[in-house]
Design a binder for this molecule. Structure first.
Ligand code: GLU
Length: 377
C-alpha cells in the first residue's frame, strides 16, 4: 500500500476529503485538522509530488451559517444556497491554511456537464495542468449552486475520480470517516473484516459495497458518498489506470498515515489512454446498443462494433453521445461514443457495413462504435 502513493510512483495525486472530516457536528470547520492536512500537502510538494484537493464541506458549512435544518440537505434549493455560502468560506480557509505552509491555493468549481463536454473538459484539464506546473494546489469542488439533481455528481467520490482521470493522476486517496472497505457492515457483524487490497472489482466486492452502503456516508450526517459511490469511483479510477485508496481521515496528518499501510487500496489493472479514460468515466449515457454473442466476443477482443452485430437500439442519442453496449444477458460490457445518431443507427442494424451508404445515403464510418472510442467495462 505504502509505495504506490509515494512521489516516486505517483507523480500526481488527488486527495478527496469528505464533509464529515471537514465540518464538525455543530457545523464548524475543523480548522486544526485541516491545518495538519495542509502540512501533509507541503511535505508532498517538497518531495516532488503534484497534489490537488477535492474538498467537500461547502453545503455542511453553509447550512450552519444560514441556520438550515438537516445539514442544508432538506431540499435542492437549501443545498444550493448552503453551497454558495459555504464554498466561499471553505476556499478562504484552504487558501489561508495552505498559505501558512507557503503554498498557493487555486479554486476550481466544476459541473458534471463541463466534464462530459469534450471541449470544456479539455479546457479544464489544460488549466489544471498549468496550475500544477506552476506549483499551485487546486482545491476543487462541484459547483453545487448551479447544478440541479439531474446534472450533478452529488457525491465527491466519483467527482474526485473523474478529476484524477482528467488530470492524468496516478493515485487517488479518499479520506473518509471509515477506514476502508469491509466484507460486511462492522456495525451489524462482529466478524466483519477490512479488505486491505482489491485487485479485481468482481461480484464479491460489489456485494460488500451493498452490505456496507450505509457506512461512510458521514457519521455526523453531513456527507453523501457511501461505499457504493466509493466503488463507482474505484471503477472510474481503474479505467484511468489510477490506484485508489480509502483511508481514515479521523487522525491528524492523514496522508502520513496513508504511507503506513492503513485502509483499503484498489490497484488499477488497466491503463487506458486519457481519451479512453474519459469515455470510461462518462456519467451521462444517452443510449443502449444491444448486441449478439458474436459481436460481444469481437469487441472484447478489441474490435469495433459493426452494425451487423447490433440487434436493438435504445435512444434517443446523437452522433458523439455516450452509449452503453449491452450483451445478451443484459449486462453493459462496453461504453463508447456513437458514430451515428439513434435513428440512423436503427436503420442500419443487422446490416453489413458495405450497405450503409445505400441505406443512409452517406457512410462516413463502417462502425457504429469505433474501438478507439470504446472502453470495455
Ligand atoms: N459538493 C458537496 C459539498 O461541498 C459534497 C458532496 C459530497 O458529500 O460528497 O458540500
Amino acid at each position: 500500500m505504502s509505495n504506490v502513493f509515494a512521489p516516486s510512483h505517483c507523480p500526481r495525486l488527488v486527495v478527496k476529503i469528505g464533509s464529515a472530516l471537514l465540518v464538525d457536528t455543530d457545523g464548524n470547520a475543523r480548522r486544526e485538522w485541516m491545518r495538519t492536512v495542509a502540512g501533509d500537502m507541503a511535505e508532498r510538494i517538497l518531495a516532488g509530488q503534484q497534489v490537488m484537493i477535492v474538498s467537500s464541506g461547502a453545503i455542511a458549512l453553509g447550512a450552519r451559517k444560514l441556520s438550515l435544518k438537516n445539514g442544508g440537505r432538506e431540499n435542492l434549493c437549501d443545498a444550493q444556497s448552503a453551497a454558495a455560502v459555504g464554498q466561499i468560506a471553505l476556499s478562504a480557509l484552504w487558501a489561508e491554511l495552505l498559505a501558512e505552509k507557503g503554498l498557493v491555493a487555486a479554486q476550481m468549481l466544476v459541473t458534471l456537464d463541463a466534464l462530459e463536454d469534450r471541449r470544456r473538459y479539455l479546457n479544464f484539464t489544460a488549466t489544471l495542468d498549468s496550475l500544477l506546473a506552476k506549483g499551485a494546489i487546486p482545491v476543487i469542488n462541484e459547483n453545487d449552486s448551479l447544478a440541479t439533481d439531474e446534472i450533478r455528481f452529488g457525491d465527491n467520490d466519483r467527482l474526485a475520480a473523474r478529476i484524477g482521470q482528467a488530470a492524468g493522476a496516478d493515485g487517488l486517496i479518499l479520506l473518509s470517516d471509515v477506514d476502508g472497505l469491509y466484507d460486511k457492515d462492522p456495525a451489524r457483524h462482529d466478524t466483519a473484516r477490512i479488505i486491505r487490497e482489491v485487485r479485481e472489482m468482481d461480484e464479491t466486492i460489489l456485494a460488500m459495497a451493498d452490505d456496507t452502503s450505509s457506512i461512510g456516508t458521514g457519521t455526523s450526517g453531513v456527507g453523501t458518498g457511501g461505499m457504493s459511490s466509493k466503488l463507482l469511483a474505484a471503477k472510474i479510477s481503474d479505467m484511468a489506470g489510477m490506484n485508489m485508496a480509502i483511508i481514515s481521515g479521523l487522525h491528524e496528518h492523514p496522508l502520513r498515515r496513508a504511507q503506513e499501510g492503513h485502509g483499503t487500496i484498489f490497484h488499477a489493472q488497466r491503463g487506458e489512454n486519457r481519451h479512453k479514460g474519459w469515455i470510461g468515466g462518462l456519467q451521462k449515457i444517452r443510449g443502449k446498443l444491444h448486441i449478439d454473442e458474436g459481436a460481444a466476443a469481437a469487441i472484447v477482443e478489441g474490435s469495433s462494433l459493426l452494425p451487423a452485430g447490433i440487434v436493438k437500439i435504445e435512444g434517443p442519442f446523437s452522433r458523439g453521445d455516450a452509449v452503453d453496449i449491452i450483451d445478451v444477458n443484459g449486462s453493459a460490457i462496453a461504453r463508447g461514443l456513437a458514430e451515428y445518431d439513434a435513428l440512423d443507427s436503427a436503420r442500419i442494424i443487422g446490416r453489413h457495413s458495405s450497405e450503409i451508404e445505400a441505406i443512409l445515403g452517406y457512410s462516413p464510418r463502417s462502425a457504429v462504435v469505433h474501438r478507439d472510442r470504446m472502453v470495455i467495462l
